[in-house]
Design a protein around this ligand. Sequence first.
Ligand code: GLU
Length: 450
Amino acid sequence: MKQNVKQIVEQVIEDVKAKNPLQEEFHQTVEEVLTSLIPVLEKNPNYIKYKILDRLVEPDRQIMFRVPWTDDKGEIHINRGFRVQFNSAIGPYKGGLRFHPSVNLSIIKFLGFEQIFKNSLTGLPIGGGKGGSDFNPKGKSDIEIMRFCQSFMTELYRHIGPDVDVPAGDIGVGGREIGYLYGQYKKIRNSTDQGVLTGKDLTFGGSLARIQATGYGVIYFVEEMLKEAGKDLKDKTIVVSGSGNVAIYTVKKAQELGAKVVAMCDSDGYIFDEEGIDVELIRQIKEVERKRIKEYAMRKPSAKYFEGNKGIWTVKADIVLPCATQNEIDLESAKIIVENGTIAVGEGSNMPCTNEAIKYFLEKGVLLAPAKATNAGGVATSALEMAQNSMRLSWTFEEVDEKLKDIMINIFKKTRDAAKEYGYGTNYLAGANIAGFIKVADAMVAEGIV
Ligand code: GLU
């Protein structure tokens, strides 16, 4: 049976590669997740019988559409829009929208696949989906962003709904974009349906603490993982890549707990500030003024700016928290990180480490907090936003933050226990995959072959 299960898993991975050629990021996540599930499948032959893996890797549906829009000079542009509704076994499709020129079907499918397990780990009733566009928001005027969002929603609206599919933000999509998307949805549907999108402004159904949730959640998870190893965040030197929503609130919470964050980056380069990052200044530059991180070094004398962001991994730190984008840490950077004596890596962005980098960290005994579990606080708080919308009331910041913290502690426990139970020790990546998978697989068995 043992050999047999391994062969079955390898066959599913081969089939995914053959059926979805060139979708490298999607292949990467499928390979990483499925391989770690072998001991679970050996113990539960029903999952093989009901073809759970074959069903999981094929999205319920993949929607691709044209998004025409006009720039401020009157020139017409055509972008491609995506929404992949991956799995609804445990609840409505849930996952963000990413607007970035690198977006293609492979990127959306890898994100959607990861989202299935992440959402399951939250313990809340949300399925997995993801969407976005290859639209590049960089340098666009506010009105151009609005026109793009309206055009995007003019197609997307027919596929979503509070009990069907609930998009939110991701890279390139924040509160401003969610507002424009919601306005257009409401106009077309003539229905307020607040729960159709999350990450909304507080004035029309947004949840307190949603903005902070992903970053705070990253630190709550890392804190639990360190505690388990008899360590904590106090006085630790930390490098956080990125300077978007996840990175900013990760830094803020890490500092609150006594850590010193010395470096951050954007896609152009990184800053090193030996006095510790002034996160309010970063927020001002990146979120309010929408400028490049280079600005920080011009305004803060203790900081240095370096062109190119890969160099951020050469900065010596006790803990590194990749919070920028996928595959930002490859094997080469992983080797430098280990050489620098780093004790823990916490994945804030989705799939920030290549499979080779992950393998290397685990071999070298670096504690790895996997993205699916570590960054689940964002989507968990989105589910809390949906709950508040359904109840037509709102909780205080403290109430939401407390719920978020409980959820993150529970995710850590589930992850740790599943890793232990299936012989993975402190391989929390395998633990997160397994704990996330079992709930979805059981639902898929119970709901029949659909
Ligand atoms: N884009 C975020 C993620 O990767 C949040 C999704 C959501 O809130 O639906 O989980």
